[in-house]
Write a protein that binds this ligand. Sequence first.
Ligand code: NAP
Ligand code: FE
Length: 380
Amino acid sequence: MPTSITYKYYMPTRVIVGKNCIIANSDIFKPLGKKALIVTGAQSAKRNGSEKDVTTALKAVGIDYLVYDKIMSNPTISCAYEGAKLAKDNKVDFIVGIGGGSPMDAGKAIALLAAQDIPEENLFSGQYENKVMPMVLVPTTAGTGSEVTQYSILTNDKAQTKTSIAADLLFPTVAFLDATYTEDLPLVTTINTAIDALSHAIEGMLSVRASTISDSLASESIRLIMDCVPDMLQAIKLEAEGRFRPEKREQLLEASCMAGMVIAQAGTTVVHSMGYSLTYFKDIDHGRTNGLLLGEYLRLVEKTQPNLTRRILKAMDLSDVDSFQELMNGLLGRREEVSSEEISQYSKITMRAKNIANCIVKPTEEDVREMFERSCMNDV
Ligand code: NAP
Ligand code: FE
């Protein structure tokens, strides 16, 4: 019998949303084991109350834990191996990742590397045994959606870029979304991470793997994020950190989670691949790189797929790509300058990325170069 699979949808993570949801659901940790490794950054989880809530919940159900709080932004491969060694030496049973995308991604890599021996040269191969430690993730930025994806993105010095470990094994067991932890996020981080989420939703729609389900999640995520944009622009104008209303923080966190569900199905595109060079070589924040680049990819797609671009712009309530660029300029401020030699180097690296295959309009190296040129100029 002839068969044709239109698409598959798989999202096995249990998502729990709400104020104090970790403590109210301490029992969730019980079946995961007797000892946990908390993987987090140096400071923010201690300040925003998330680490305390996790340790309170673990103590309430008699689970022992230790804390590995050395995760830097854009985590390195060695940091993942070091965390895995700590997990094995201390015989932990599961991982709790708390923080932005960096600690969550590091936590996922540690969960994999602590459960099986993977030599560094095979780390990104996708060929793993069916073994991983359970993972509980607590996002404290509203951007990456890593709490619901099967990706762990690490800085890969050999390839001079960032590379993802991608495997269904890496879907977290549980994601706790409590927007209280995001209340004191600095304005710049709020904006950059919201742009990351917006980019996930839009890139998901620009992917050859987009489906009715992923597009519905993407549209709603875009709507929720765009509804928060006026508050961001106002805070920039007033040069104030801008305390966002709690309901807006909740909205951004839910939107970023939904956008994570989108890329879990559809993947990201050339926008993310190009952005990895700007992060690797220029140390530009991950979310910001997507905001710098996305407009030019929308412009490229528009040439051959005007209806798709129109549908995406409509979801943002914008009339054309120029209005999108204007909006990004307002949110991002002055753009970084990148030299022509640097652009040549980044374009070559970009063309080797796995996510080029997802692009609904496959860019040539010349397209990539042009997109870099137009994105990294201040007179766009
Ligand atoms: P991040 O690198 O995790 O964190 C950036 C900064 O924000 C850190 O200094 C952190 O401080 C601080 N921070 C975190 N939560 C805070 C809070 N609630 N209040 C105040 N400060 C806070 O940034 P991110 O943008 O969330 O994550 C970016 C990473 O995620 C990149 O490596 C990117 O490649 C990856 N990513 C992964 C996926 C995926 O599907 N897996 C998708 C997109 C992006 P501390 O260091 O003290 O915690
Ligand atoms: Fe991203």
